[in-house]
Ligand binder design. Sequence first.
Ligand code: PLP
Length: 360
Amino acid sequence: MYLVLEFNYPVVHIDLEKIKHNIGLISKKCRNSGMEPVAVLKGTNGSSEVARVFVDAGISTIADARIGNLKAYEHIAAKKMLVRLPMLSEAADVVRYSDVSLNSEITVIQAIANEARRMNKQHEVILMIEAGDLREGIYDQEELFSIIKKITNLEGVNLTGLGTNLNCFGSIKPTNENLGRLVELKQEINNKLGIDIDLISGGSTGSLALIDNGEMPEGINQLRIGTAFFNGFVEVSLPRLPDTYMDTFILKAEIIEIKEKPSKPFGTTGVDSFRNKTEFPDKGIRKRAICAIGKQDTEPRFMYPVNEKVELIGSSSDHLVLDITACGENFAVGDTVSFILDYVAIMRVMTSGHVRKLYI
Ligand SMILES: *Cc1c(COP(=O)(O)O)cnc(C)c1O
């Protein structure tokens, strides 16, 4: 894939001990409130090193959005959950590499059941319910009841749970009301169809807020969490979870240019390479550094310089521009600058083949 087979930078340092600490703390919080945590690892691109830490820390179900990543966890002793609705075309791999999947389409569930019978396996299905965030989930109650009846007549699959996802697409926060609706549905299904559904699965990270403010509905017994395990973030409007580490993924990028330059671009103004028009304030001549990393490898808006006096000014695909005037360090070309990564940057860096991964 590369012309150079080895490279030093950029590199991401992944602190497995700090992640393990976060996992211990958050799992305990969930279990103390009657919920079994499921670790959603889709941000780390099938890293079996990271997955192993979750299992070592006592997590029994690991989840991912991509079947290819679950395949990478094949030899890790944990239950595997597929959290993105399966593609009809991947039904066989869903059965091969996961034990349980989140679903909303009966045609896909039927295909999974067919494959499961063929492979002599039993696959668990959690039905996703639309609770307002308007991503995946069944909205119509008649459809829900009809799907449930069909599943109970299918061999190869077991209906084990109802689930919902919030906070991901439509910016709808988990509340006592929308999560509580799942618990009510469980009751209605029991009353009307005589079926008792074991698991009521909530998510995502933002749901942790309900534990602290005492709003988590009784009856939610599983919580699918990703982000909080990695950096202790729950929601932008809330403080981070106390005693968690945020600096679990540190990116180091190499400086390729240092120059004194004006802070305001000069010449005729148009748009940048991402078709944005940015206003740059005129702060006079500043000392600027360019690091060899860019939007192709990361999401700069989700990167925080370890030295808080380094200012991240902007980026293009392969260049990250910094103001180092006030940073107090005597940087030279060839030095590296370190950044704490937030979730979106972690995900981008982990999927980039141009960033070296170093586990510590
Ligand atoms: C991503 C995802 C999660 C975890 O989300 P975080 O915000 O990272 O905690 C949970 N459930 C589903 C269905 C997801 O897609």
